[in-house]
Write a protein that binds this ligand. Structure first.
Ligand code: IMP
Ligand code: MG
Length: 186
């Protein structure tokens, strides 16, 4: 996709280009390959936001691994977390005794991941780490350790590379800052 497509008119600027994203994802894949040598982790994609990051990341990991998917929802059509996390789709398989890596698009308040961490550790995972594309530490409302993060970002609402506003913009190949005029008064 060229970056003159119509959706780019709704952005206040590009935060990370597709080239910067690819480079960061490759680096993270190499790190996970090193850290999990001799293991067979289960990588869990938190749908829908992490989907694009996830499919790129798993192809940069040089290990046998399994994948699974979860759907959680906390946002609705707003740009602020409701604070409530709801599981919409659970994993297909047991993670008892497994080394689990949760793959998320962005950590904001931390509510989603602290809920997921609690839930999955309660199912007997041998180890559990969090890998996120982006982290907004300034907005954290609960204490949470993020094990792998490609980018620390300022407090802005970003879209693209899987991230949405009201289900749109997920297919932008770059990450951009959504112009507040798009969500003002909503
Ligand atoms: P948390 O529970 O507040 O940490 O929210 C995490 C979820 O909120 C992410 O998985 C995203 O779906 C969504 N989210 C948070 N910040 C943004 C953003 O800047 N753009 C798009 N989605 C976001
Ligand atoms: Mg999400």
């Amino acid at each position: 996709m060229e970056n003159n497509c119509v959706m780019y008119n709704d952005l206040d600027g590009i935060l990370y280009t597709r080239e910067q994203l690819a480079e960061a994802v490759k680096k993270l894949g190499q790190q996970i390959t090193k850290d999990y040598e001799g293991k067979k982790p289960v990588m869990i994609c938190i749908l829908k936001g992490a989907s694009v990051f996830f499919v790129d990341l798993i192809r940069e990991i040089d290990l046998p691994l399994e994948i699974d998917f979860m759907v959680v929802s906390s946002y609705g059509a707003s740009t602020k977390s409701s604070g409530e996390v709801k599981m919409v789709k659970d994993l297909d398989r047991s993670i008892n005794g497994r080394d689990v890596i949760i793959v998320e698009d962005i950590v904001d308040s931390g509510m989603t991941l602290s809920f997921l961490k609690r839930t999955l550790l309660g199912r007997g995972a041998n180890s559990l780490r969090i890998a996120t594309l982006m982290d907004k530490p300034a907005r954290r409302r609960v204490e949470l350790t993020v094990d792998y993060s490609c980018f620390e970002i300022p407090d802005a609402f970003v879209v693209g590379y899987g991230l949405d506003y009201n289900e749109t913009y997920r297919n932008l190949p770059d990450v951009g800052i959504l112009s507040p005029r798009i969500y003002a008064d909503k």
